[in-house]
Design a protein around this ligand. Structure first.
Ligand code: SAH
Length: 221
């Protein structure tokens, strides 16, 4: 998986490759799907949700520049797989899930596998998690219509927010949001910059600063 799906597609960050190699992805997929655990596509995890494709998890961690000292916030715990990858790299990871069953299952699994620095919360992640802010990296694993203001506010000055945004036609783009560095970009300090990483497909981000209903609920299964 590392060689075929990641290194050849531009994942070069050694910390990310190391974490992708260390997390047992089969633990995060249902027993009957274990044979596909290392194939590079999303898989169903129940409640109409999916575990992210390995390449996308790696791409988001790399784009967010997560390192050993990072305090990370993830929105959309799902199976807990991305949270485990982030916890294998970072100092502390808080991951928020809005569906009680998924939050409970992921929390138990992360504890059982020994990811003691990964903390799962049941809440609306579009509001972030103010009590542990600021975060060096915020990774959103579900697609909303705009950047939630709360997440910008909870990002450290040099932090990076990586999230899929969906336009009116339903097209999703993975975006990195960060404050400009006046020295290298010529922009004023604190001005927001957006970089696109290309087209993606995520389930909807539902919450106060996301979609307001389960409209568009997407499931390929
Ligand atoms: N990163 C996950 C994939 C998650 S799929 C993994 O590796 O398995 C996206 C998840 O986001 C779903 O579980 C969905 O319930 C959750 N979600 C959607 N909107 C949310 C919100 N506002 N707050 C928290 N979780 C949300």
């Amino acid at each position: 998986m590392l060689e075929w799906h990641l290194a050849r597609r531009g994942i070069t960050d050694a910390l990310v490759l190391g974490a992708m190699g260390s997390v047992p992805r089969e633990e995060f997929v249902r027993a009957e799907l274990r044979g596909q655990a290392y194939a590079d596509h999303p898989l169903p995890i129940g409640d109409g949700q999916t575990i992210s494709q390995p390449y996308i998890v790696a791409l988001m961690a790399q784009a967010a520049r997560v390192d050993a000292g990072s305090r990370v916030l993830e929105i959309g715990t799902g199976s807990g797989y991305a949270a485990a990858v982030l916890a294998a790299i970072a100092g502390e990871v808080w991951s928020i899930e809005r569906m009680p069953r998924l939050a409970a299952r992921a929390g138990d699994l992360l504890a059982r596998l020994g990811y003691t620095n990964a903390h799962v919360r049941l809440a609306d992640g579009t509001l972030g998690l103010a009590e542990h802010a600021p975060y060096d990296a915020i990774i959103v694993s579900a697609a909303g219509p705009a950047v939630p203001e709360a997440l910008r506010e909870q990002l450290a000055p040099t932090g990076r927010l990586v999230l899929p945004l969906e336009d009116v036609s339903g097209w999703q783009t993975l975006v990195v949001v960060h404050r400009g560095d006046p020295a290298s970009t010529g922009t004023a300090a604190g001005e927001w910059e957006h970089e696109s990483l290309g087209g993606v497909r995520f389930v909807p981000l539902i919450g106060e600063q996301g979609w307001d209903s389960e409209k568009n609920l997407w499931s390929p299964f």
